[in-house]
Each structure stands twice: as C-alpha cells, then as structure tokens.
Design a protein around this ligand. Sequence first.
Ligand code: NOJ
Length: 718
Amino acid sequence: MGADKIEQLIGQMTLTEKLGQMSMLAASLVVTGPVGPGDPVTLVREGRVGGILNTWGYDEIREAQRVALEETRLKIPLYFSVDVLHGHRTIYPIPLAEACAFDRDLWLRTAAESADEATRDGIHMTFAPMLDVCRDPRWGRICECAGEDAYVNAEYARAKVTGFQNTNDDPHRRLAGVAKHFVAYGAVTAGRDYAEVDISRRALHEVYLPPFKAAVDAGVMGVMPSFTDVAGIAMTAHRGLLHDLLRVKWGFKGVIISDYNAIGELIAHGVAQDMVEAAVLALKAGIDIDMMSGAYEQGLPVALERGLVTMQEIDTAVRRILHMKGAMGLFENPLRGLQQEMPGPDTIPSHRTSARDAARRSLVLIKNEDNLLPVANDVRRIAIIGPLADAQSEMMGPWCMAGDEHQAIGILQGLRESLRAQEITHVPGSGIDDAADPSEIAKAVAAAQASELVVLCLGENRQHTGEAASRTLPRPFACQMELAKAIFETGKPVLLILATSRPWILPDWMVSAPRAILIALFGGTEAGRAIGDVVAGDYNPSGRLCISWPYRTGQIPVHYGMRGTGRPHDPNNGFSTNFLDAPIGPRWGFGDGLSYSQFELGEAYVSKPTIGADESVDVSIDITNGGARAGEATLFMFTHDPVALATRPLLELKDFRKAELAPGQRATVTFRLHASQLHYPDFNMEPRLDNGRINIFVGASARRADQKCVTIEVQQTA
Ligand code: NOJ
C-alpha cells in the first residue's frame, strides 16, 4: 500500500480505530464459547487491536485475520508477533550458546530458518534479537544475549536482523525483527531483573548502544525499550534516547513497541500519576505501540481533550504502523505465507540437520586432561549420571514458545546414538533442585564404580532461566553438589557436562576433580546429538566462550574489557588493584575453549606501520594445525590504545575469524583494521581518534599468553 493510500486510510479512521492500531494484544481468537465485551474477538471486531502477540498456527491466524478483514469497518489486517528468539518450532541453541560459535554465517542461517518456520505459522514479527550486553550471570536473561562484548553483540545483531528480514528469497518468509531491550537492560543492579540501571554515559555509548546501532544500520523494523530506567529516566518514557538519539540522530524509521505492560508500569516507576500521564510520556518519547497495558486506549483520548498530546502525534504513530503493515505485504496478502502443514524439525529435515550443526559449534570444551575426550575405543562401560542426562525438555532453554520438547534430543539419547560400541548405563542420581536422596546417590555411585568412564550431566532447568530468574548465587543446586562429590570420590575418570543457561560459580573441587569439562549451554532440539558428536569425536569442538565464568560472585562484573586503573593489577604489588581472596580474572574467560587439534601461531605482522584517518591496515598471522585431526580455529583481533583522552579498556575486540585447517596445514589469517574502528567517545560522546601508537593483539583468546602483539602508529594529517 502506497503512502497516499495510507494517508487516505488515516483520514477515515476514528480515534478509537487509531488507538486500536497502536495497541497490541496477547490473545487467541479461536472461539469455543460465547464472547462478551472486552473479549479479544469483540476488540478486534471493534477495530481496537492492531496486532496480536503469542498466537500462531493455521487455525488461529486464519480466524483472527478473518475477523479483522470481514468484520471490522476499515478491514485493516492484523500483524502477529511472537518471541522467536532461538528458533520457532526447530529450536537452536540459546543465544549465549550460539554466540560461542563466533560464526556470523551460522547466526544468519539459523535466523533465516527460524523466519521460514515462523512465517509458515503465520507470524510476521519476532521480538528479537535481544542485544543487551551483559556481564552478570546473576541475571537470568543473560542467556538471551550474545555475551559480554559489545562488538560480538553488534555482529550478532547484524547477522540476526539480516537473517530474519532479508535473507529468504520468498518475501513471505521474511520476519520483521525487533531489537530489544533498548538499552542497558543487561546492567540491572546486582543482576536483579527489572531493577534500576545506573551506568555512566561512557558505558552507555561504548558498551550498550553499539549493538542497537548495528541493528538499526542493518534495517531492523522495530525497537523495544527496556522495562527499566537508565539513571532515573524510565526507558519507556526516555525521549532523549528514543527520540533524540534513536529517531533523530540514528535515523530509525521503524516502529517502537513498548515491552509488555511497560507503559502502564510508568505509574509504578513513579513518573506518571495515572494512565493518562503514562500514555503522554510514552507517546512523547516516541513509542508507537502499546503492548498490553491499555494505557494508549484509556489515556490518550483524555490527553487529547486536555491538549497534552496532538492528533498529529497520534497520526505519526499510526502512519508508522500502517507503513510497517505495508512493508510486511499484509494489505495485498493478509495471510502471507501461512500454511496448514506444521513447519518444524520433522517436516523440514534440513532444519534438524542445521540445528545439530549449530548446537555442536556452540559447545565449549574447557578442560580435557590427558585427552579424555574423544572417548577412546577401548573404553567399554560408560555410566551416564545426573539430572540433566535424560532431560530433553530442558535442552530447549527459555523462550521456545512453539518448540515441541518431544522432538528434542537429550544427552542420554545423543550419547547412545554416538557411542554405539559402548555399554551404557544410566542413573539420574538426583533431581535438578530437589532434596538430595541418599539412596539415589548410592545407585549412581554403584553405576559409576561399575564403569570405566562417568559422564556426569549437571545443570539447570529451563524455568531457572530467562525473565524473572535472577539468582544471587548461580551455581549447582545442593543435591547436584552432593551427587557430584559422591561420584568424584569413586576416583573414576569423569567428564562433567554443564547444561546451563549462564555461567555458573563453581566450587574449586568441581573443576579440579573431573578430567574433562564440556560447557553445553542449552543447545535446543538437537542438543543431545551435538554433545554425542563431540564426545565420540565425530566433531572436533570449536566453540569459544563469549562470556567469562567468574570464580566468585563477588568478582562480578568480571570480563575481559576492564580498564587498567592508575594502579594496574600486579601480583607482586599489594597496592595494585586486586582481591585478597580471589584472582582478579575469571576462572574461564572470553575466547577460552579447546579443540582436539593443536593450533600454533606465528608472529603477527602488519601491511604498513602507520595509518591515516581514512585508511586501513591489514593485520596478518600464520596459523598451523599441529595436531592429528582437522579442526577449526577461532582468532580474535583486539586493540589497546595506551594514551588517550579517556582511559581505554586493556583490550577491545575489533574482529574475529575462523580458520579450518587439515592436520599439518598452515594458513595466513588476515584482518583488515580501519582507522574508524579505533575511534572512541570523547567527553561529549562524539567519536575521536588520536595520533599515536596502537597495540594490536591477535590470538586465540583474551588471555595475553595466547596472543601475539604488533603495533601501528595513527598519523592524521592536519
Ligand atoms: C517481556 C519481555 O521482556 C520481552 O522480551 C518480550 O518480548 C515480551 N515480554 C513479550 O513476550
């Protein structure tokens, strides 16, 4: 529908119909009994709903769209939205896991496949990607983001937005993305969900905003502000960030959608007295769509009467929403790609294959003493123990609204399929968070004693993760600790599999006792088979941590991008930044992860020693696979600016690359570094580039010992 038609339509609309377009409802419209006032069918029929969330599937969508098209005055189609965060019916690894693959093509592919399935089920919009950089494992929603680093989240944003919106050839298979939660939700105080956010402008501009900028540059169709405030200004009412920055400075043209009930919650925030004030604040800040609070419908008519808002402001929001519906193709084809056959792992087998590939690329092998893995052929009897061993539904993680847990593969099944020659016994030994049962532990110990290798599967259940799932101590539950102790006491070699949604704070003994540790953040539909592939050696692990695993809760936030301080850490100097009771760094840090291959790095070198303001330099390094197996290495390029206007982080990630190498193969990996990547925010948060030395570190992780250093000089002509 062209701009003229949209204007005509706006000209015909009553205020109720305009506010209806601006309201999103969570509802099902399949009617199985009488309907009354306030019922979703009645609301749609009266033109009081513009879009519906949490509804999908042939019957539901067809019926809702029929009511909108046949029974409303203006016959404006509805749009349908769901949180398709890491898959629709086929579930891929949770974002925090998939980010560990450091693979842009993979991120894009799984988004495109999710869009394909979701649109077949009648969905037009997903509330994804979630782009809240987070350095706090106490926060349950850490599992929804791409980890601790701003650049990784920005690259992830680009890939996901492109995958959802632009990749599938058939326009009906494209899904509108909504970048959320704008902004800095990942910095909630103490990791407590919905708590206040109080961060510096520098942190906002350097860490939390860049992923959203990347999403906007990639053409994301929607943005959702976060539930929280930032330094006392509720994001749902934050005109400075939503209007001045997002709309005006960044030129964002899409829709801004409130989070669930968030406009009404401005009252609880203490910035609005009633629904009228709440609606005025949100509209003035630039929010077009009210998700579920009813504030626009209740408050804006009064606000209009009192002269607190104008009809032009309302029309602007309606115009954006109708343009979005036009861009979705809903006016021409309101049912778009809806199909009767349920899409998913069993009807689209290539998605199942893809989910297995995604899950195995996301696994991080973090310890492998004496090459316990892959399991040697002469290991005959294996005991698979722990509450996460046979827990297919937990593998799906949070936010898998349409995913069918019966189609998921648990660890036990995956290992049974991959270790066909071995004799496998299985004893859970405990529940996930029940009271420990000594008789169950005794059974598990007996199974361990009768085996040559124990695979101990510990972890969370999916209700422990995601929204409203903060924990002060994210660690194994007491019953799992007791089970683990008893198993370690048998002295049998143990592979510990951690099936969690976030970094856990592990006791030291739980790290030292097992011979191997595999970090298996919830892997989705094919999680079990992916684990089987790595354990049996059918896949050479390639995942690297995108998030630090602290030693202690008291270290939080701990991440690789800390600034140096005036008293940099020095183990030999008591008056340097330090803890008396814990190391300064994490237990496992950004980029950590092992392979069955051994990669050796040569020295890093640059194509030229200096760069000007608009120039770039090539940074290269030779890498050799010194092991006996083909494998995939991940290389990171960091920089450090040693003298700047503002203190810079000791390392800043600028790029990452993968290299696939056969045994003995050597390759050169080249990064291109443009001078604009060396900009940092000055005191006014405007980009600044200084002349002088820049240290470039290329290596396998954020650990200095894994890196090679080379320097360049920035020389700008006056
Ligand atoms: C609340 C969550 O914060 C948001 O991420 C989600 O998209 C909405 N609910 C809708 O489910």
